[in-house]
Design a protein around this ligand. Sequence first.
Ligand code: PMP
Length: 355
Amino acid sequence: MSGFLLEKYRGISPYVPGEQPKEAGYIKLNTNESPFPPSEKARERYMRAFDKLNLYNDPENGTLTGAIAEEFGLKRENVLVTNGSDEALAFIYMAYAEKGKPFAAPEVSYGFYPVFSRLVGADIVTYPLKEDLSVDAEAFAKCDLNVIFANPNAQTGTFMPISDIEKIARKRSRLVVVDEAYVDFGAESAVALIRKYPNIVVVRTFSKSRSLAGARIGFVIAAEDIVADLKLVKYSFNPYNLGRAAEAAATGALEDKEYFDTCREKIIEAREYTLRRAEALGLRVIRGKANFLLMSSEDIDGGELKNRLYDEKIIVRHFSSPALLSPYIRVTIGSMDEMKTFIKVLEKILSGVRK
Ligand code: PMP
């Protein structure tokens, strides 16, 4: 850290992304990516866009914005595309949070929320999870602050029914940001509520269910005035935020509904298989609807289990904080073959420690 860095940034612990191994040969179940390649339609559009990379992209990203609006039956003024949904979240924090005006978030959720809070000088306000590790909708419904949560929730995978989101949104004097990074794997979206509750802001990504994590595409769906606020931030920060090639890939991925459905159905099937098998091995598995499962064993600590799996070339994620997560590993759902290997290796490790 240089002596030039502003005082206000010195206490920040930046978000730590999961490992991207430099060598091949690992089964990678640590960053909730899709095990499947991008759609062929994404490839075709992406390659065509390549020939025009000498030109700046359309700053409005009109093609993709229009396609998303059509997909959800909304107007383009309800959509803002971003460089990954992380950027969408960053714009939201820049637009709506500051010292004395925090977002309330679940105590266990996406680790970037407290980082954004610090970056914009806002306090971190959190609510504990319920005993079953689900998000406490009642607590959020009562609170007067702007709120943000992931649904399904990050790290746990638990999901909040739409009726609970509606309860929270009834207090229209505050924003309700629903981060739907994992919604396509079986949960219900809050997009349908936006017309009735113009204080709901939905954040989505192409990184998980659309197999485009490395292209960095996210988007916001919200009332027109909210999207206008976020555009003010975008055009004051990085007007060409989503590049031409990424926009093309996303447009192709959105067109390919059949591939999208096939991939997510395979993930759901592999998740249910993994859940059943891990429970049969005696693990506690949190029942969720994301493309990952949180699981723990009474016989081995989460960090140790992660290391043992790593030795067998399987990478999963372990969080030592918050403390509640420490006994668990978070396992991204890969292909069925990958999950069968995972279960086999898990069984071997557990039989070793149980002797
Ligand atoms: N929200 C949640 C809950 C996430 O887990 C992630 C992925 N780490 C993101 C947002 C960001 O995803 P991306 O920037 O790739 O769209």
